[in-house]
Design a binder for this molecule. Structure first.
Ligand SMILES: [Zn+2]
Ligand SMILES: [Zn+2]
Length: 944
């Protein structure tokens, strides 16, 4: 059909004005109507000429092939048939670079030149890396690590993932996703873009740190846990306490050889701490004794909202994040419930698990804890280290790391193990929004969730559960082996595309995407991120290009790759492969073909879609794959993609989170003394996007779940009360609490016949709505985000809300007197003396300590670190004090722990803000334990 003729074009050099990021049209001389043009592409960074393959487009036409001619150094681009006009609009795009267009005369002679300019974000990543290299000398280092917040944070209104591409392209020989030495610290859109580069050489560990998108380093020097206290203080002063601990804990953990799965979880959480490692060991022990049986949902959500465990926790202990992360038991899949239930006898070091089987309607319930005190004592005994600074915390991390791979189960205690949990008991714990019934048809009344209600669980008259004892032996696959697995999968996919579709895949194609469980799942107890490098080598696919999407899956699930080619006609040609432990691959097949279209047209045909699902996707992940693939094809922004991946699938339910977070950031922007705490009341998919991009989580202590019945959360005018947002003001020790509500849009889904296609259409509509683009099914009745029930609250009221508001946080909030901020402050001033003596909780503010001082915990307190980061501490003024205010000169003990002094002082002396010595910390910890205020906020990453 298409007539392929050769033609050549001449064109002058492209000047800077001719280049635009998006849509400008450039004119030049033209010639003839042939269908091959020769194009020379020069990248702004000359280095990239050999690294990046550009992709060519011709407006209103299809490019058939693009081949690089190594002798002439230009691309032979063949496109479909001749055009009526003698001018064609040619585009050149490349990851990290601004797309360029030229209107070229078809009669011009060869070659056309494009000089591509890098995007600002890409330049930032590239230039900062070049600077770090000049300071740290990558070439002579043993190993290099890069840590960055780039990704979700915005630069000029756009997400900043291109900065990561800049890092990776500059430092190709040293840093890659698959080597596990690029870590993306989770942040919000309004957080700064920071970078920390670390080189290891012999026993030295040195870092260059860049903050706030600046290309000039703010710190150059050691980041080793063996640094002196004055060195630590220099680091602390230069980058702030939170950053210092974040970067240093990741760098030292990496140096200790912690596996990538742990590093990745820590990057999600914000740092490596005892809770990270404790949560990891709890997970390992759980999988050893109570391995997963069946994934179940709650029956009311999309088919992807299933997990093998439901987790009951007390937000504030970092272990919560680890457990959720490794088990993929996210809140958005209704698999995490937790608020402050310490009044039931639970402690924040405990985590409960329900292994629920939705078919038998029976479950096993297990409660575990990691024994901080014992471990801490052992650490002190073995190492003789008893100090109380961040450096000791780093050394304590190292000590933990050295044990978690040997016998993880020995580090945790199993407190309760019962089986035969029935549906009513299960729903009592996790909550059920509407009346339900048990197997015999007895009604189970709707109930708010009770979370880790330890007294209730202890009192359950159930038989002891029988442990399994699954011990997996660690395999001996190397990085090269895993890379080889990725490479082999990619090369097989290329062959299939060529053979079945006649499509030649070249590197760096923006319309080819690989979705994979690599990086999350384990093969023979080994992490699988090495596969990413094989995929990259063969296809140029990377997360920072949105062309390699690692899907958050539980660690025991299979290693699979799904390749997706988006064609000009909108079809999404998919190939599924699973890697088997014996080294072979399963390749999905439907009606004799290994590649099949999974776009919305397929989804709208239930026989076809069901056939593909059953035949090509035997591992039960078709829903995750088709939903993310279809969402990806609508070009969502990076933060949305990250939310889908964290949730492990795309669904319309996840998307309100984007709008809610935007609403929160716009309506309640934080000042330096403020922080967000969110308590989910209606729990569904959007909780995962909200959590991910608002940078809150149970392990950070600022995301809680108290699911309410529908009677409670159903608001007026179809506005559902989604959750309570608290904007806590640590300077004044008060907060503003509001109920955030959401009203769903009413899309016109009449054109779609199946639930799958309806979902896909809604996902696309939400993406269009977010991007400000029109969408055919959403022409009216847009959604609404709102807030109401605003109350100014005291520390004590705040604590009550965090403890579930005496049964219902929302009811409690609404029952509070609505007084103005000024009146509340006035009344507090009047009551002040009394308050100080009564309210011990309030001042107990260790958060500060961990967060800004980062002199975290004394060694003894490390164990109780989380106890210190009590909820009460959230409330304390020092807890969220701006990091920049703090100083940690341990050289001058007087200043040194001003923060910790504040935080703890009250415990000891009831002085509001004083300097304190290390001893105070230890006492304060003890005091905290005695008081039993065991709630923690963890490190709240919040930077201005
Ligand atoms: Zn932590
Ligand atoms: Zn979902």
């Amino acid at each position: 059909m298409s007539l392929v003729i050769m033609f050549t074009l001449f064109i002058g050099a492209v000047s800077a004005e001719e280049i635009s990021s998006d849509d400008s049209l450039l004119t030049d001389s033209v010639n003839s109507d042939l269908s091959q043009i020769n194009i020379a592409v020069n990248f702004e960074y000359a280095d990239d000429n050999s690294k990046i393959t550009p992709t060519f487009g011709v407006a209103d036409n299809s490019v058939i092939s693009q081949d690089y001619n190594t002798s002439s150094k230009y691309y032979d681009v063949k496109f479909n048939s001749a055009v009526a006009s003698d001018k064609i609009n040619v585009s050149v795009s490349a990851p990290g670079y601004l797309t360029q267009y030229q209107l070229v005369d078809v009669n011009a002679k060869s070659p056309i030149s494009f000089n591509l300019l890098a995007s600002e974000c890409y330049k930032l990543g590239h230039d900062v890396t070049a600077r770090a290299d000049s300071l740290l000398d990558f070439k002579n280092a043993d190993e290099v690590l890069a840590i960055t917040t780039a990704g979700v944070p915005k630069l000029n209104g756009k997400t900043s993932e291109a900065a990561i591409d800049g890092i990776l392209n500059y430092a190709t020989e040293y840093i890659s996703y698959g080597r596990g030495n690029i870590l993306m610290l989770r942040q919000t859109a309004v957080d700064p873009i920071d970078f920390c580069f670390v080189v290891k050489k012999g026993n030295d560990l040195n870092a260059a740190i860049f903050l706030n998108g600046n290309k000039k380093e703010v710190y150059l020097g050691t980041i080793s846990e063996y640094m002196t206290t004055s060195q630590w203080n220099a680091l602390f002063k230069a980058v702030g306490g939170e950053n210092a601990f974040s970067f240093a804990s990741l760098a030292n953990g990496w140096n200790d050889g912690v596996t990538f799965d742990v590093l990745q979880e820590a990057a999600f959480h914000g740092h490596i701490c005892e809770g990270t490692l404790g949560g990891y060991t709890i997970t390992k022990a759980l999988l050893q004794y109570y391995p997963p049986i069946k994934e179940t949902g709650n029956g009311k959500q999309s088919p992807g909202d299933i997990t093998s465990y439901k987790v009951l926790g007390i937000p504030g202990d970092s272990a919560n994040d680890a457990v959720i992360f490794f088990l993929d038991a996210t809140s958005g899949k209704t698999s995490y419930v937790g608020f402050n239930t310490t009044s039931t006898g639970a402690t924040e070091k405990m985590i409960g698990f329900v292994r629920w089987n939705g078919q038998t309607n029976k479950g096993t319930i297990v409660v575990m804890e990691y024994d901080s005190d014992t471990n801490k004592q052992l650490f002190e005994k073995e190492t003789g280290i008893t100090g109380d600074g961040s450096l000791e915390q780093l050394k304590y991390n190292t000590w933990w790391i050295n044990r978690i791979y040997k016998n993880p189960a020995s580090l945790v205690k199993i407190l309760i193990e019962k089986e035969g949990l029935n549906k009513e008991q299960y729903l009592y714990l996790v909550g059920v929004e509407d009346d339900d019934e048990d197997d015999e048809g007895h009604v189970i009344n709707a109930t708010n969730s009770h979370g880790l209600d330890y007294a209730y669980i202890q009192g359950l008259d159930l038989p002891n559960a029988t442990r399994d004892n699954v011990i997996l032996n660690k395999g001996s696959l190397t990085y090269e082996d895993f890379k080889g697995i990725g490479q082999k999968a990619a090369s097989m996919a290329k062959d299939i595309y060529a053979k079945e579709l006649g499509v030649k895949i070249h590197k760096d194609m923006p319309n080819l995407m690989v979705l994979t469980s690599a990086g999350y799942v384990m093969i023979k107890e080994q992490s699988t991120e090495g596969c990413w490098d094989g995929l990259f080598e063969e296809l140029g696919s990377r997360l920072s290009r949105k062309t390699l999407l690692p899907d958050h899956k539980a660690i025991w699930t299979p290693l699979w790759f799904n390749f997706l080619l988006q064609q000009d006609d909108g079809s999404l040609m998919s190939i599924y492969m699973r890697y088997n432990e014996d080294g072979t691959f399963f390749i999905g097949d439907y009606n004799g073909s290994q590649v099949y279209n999974i776009n919305i047209t397929t989804l709208n045909n239930s026989a076809l879609s069901g056939g593909i699902s059953a035949s090509a996707y035997p591992d039960g992940n078709y829903f995750s794959i088709q939903s993310i693939s279809n969402a990806w094809s609508a070009k969502p922004a990076f933060d949305q993609i990250m939310s889908f991946l964290f949730h492990n699938h795309a669904c319309p339910g996840v998307q309100p989170g984007f709008f809610i977070v935007d609403y929160i950031q716009e309506n309640f922007p934080l000042n330096e003394n403020q922080s967000y705490i969110y308590i989910a009341n209606e729990q569904y998919c959007k909780d995962d996007s909200l959590e991910y991009i608002l940078d809150v989580s149970p392990g950070l202590g600022n995301y809680l779940v108290q699911k309410l019945t529908s009677d409670e959360y159903k608001g007026a005018d179809d506005l559902d009360e989604e959750g309570i947002l608290i904007i806590w003001d640590s300077a004044n020790n008060i907060g503003q609490a509001v109920s955030i509500s959401y009203k769903w849009p009413s899309p016109d889904l009449s054109a779609y016949a199946t639930s799958e296609s309806k979902r896909a259409a809604q996902i696309q509509a939400f993406i269009d709505l977010y991007n400000g683009n029109p969408n055919p099914i959403l022409t009216e009745n847009y959604h609404t985000v709102a807030h109401g029930d605003s109350r100014w609250i005291t520390q004590e009221q705040y604590q009550t809300i965090l403890a579930g508001g005496e049964g219902s946080s929302l009811k409690y909030l609404r029952g509070l007197e609505d007084i103005s901020k000024e009146d509340l402050l006035k009344s507090m001033q009047n009551n002040n003396p009394q308050q100080e003596s009564n309210n011990t909780n309030t001042n107990m503010n260790t958060n500060t300590n961990t967060q800004s001082n980062s002199n975290v915990p004394s060694s003894s307190s490390v164990g109780s670190n989380n106890a210190q980061r009590s909820y009460s501490s959230v409330g304390t003024s020092s807890s969220t004090r701006p990091i920049s205010d703090t100083s940690t000169s341990e050289d001058s003990p007087d200043d040194s722990s001003s923060e910790s002094g504040e935080s703890k002082s009250y415990e000891i002396s009831k002085k509001p803000v004083t300097k304190s010595s290390n001893n105070n910390l230890i006492y304060s910890v003890v005091a905290v334990l005695i008081i039993g205020a065991l709630f923690g906020v963890g490190y709240m990453r919040r930077k201005k």
